[in-house]
Design a protein around this ligand. Structure first.
Ligand code: DKA
Length: 134
């Protein structure tokens, strides 16, 4: 996945994102704003060190992580979490654990038919988001 995910992706579509955000504990005001966003995602990969940047009119959110190393992380809506990113069968898997008594998420990112598919899951509530290469 490393070689194909590198670069910029434009938001195409989203399903069930509000339900996912609600389950993950995102407040109503942020959900209302987030539902309307069409972010651009950019991936930079240097060996095991990745930078994933989401740019929208709401904010720019940067995640820097190392594959296989659990570390402190912040979600785009500001929740403090610990994230572990791994590569499994050409999927970038993020296991996100709440640092503050909130709920955990599992976020699966992969390329399908040239598109970037992101499946966000919290307590069985799933959202599918699709991006196309910019
Ligand atoms: C995406 O990049 C989805 C990223 C994971 C969801 C994070 C939840 C943040 C709520 C504002 O399209």
């Amino acid at each position: 996945i490393q070689s194909v995910i590198v670069g910029k992706w434009n938001f195409e579509s989203s399903e069930n994102f509000d339900a996912y955000m609600k389950e993950a504990g995102v407040g109503m005001m942020t959900r209302t704003v987030a539902a309307k966003l069409k972010p651009t995602l950019e991936f930079v990969v240097e060996g095991d060190n990745w930078t994933m940047t989401s740019v929208s009119t709401f904010k720019t959110h940067v995640s820097k992580f190392t594959i296989g190393k659990e570390q402190d992380d912040k979600t785009a809506d500001g929740r403090d979490v610990k994230s572990l990113y791994t590569l499994e069968n050409d999927h970038l898997i993020q296991v996100e654990k709440s640092n503050s008594g909130g709920k955990d998420s599992h976020i699966d990112r992969y390329i399908d038919g040239g598109k970037l598919v992101i499946i966000c899951e919290c307590n069985g509530v799933k959202s599918t988001r699709v991006y196309t290469k910019a």
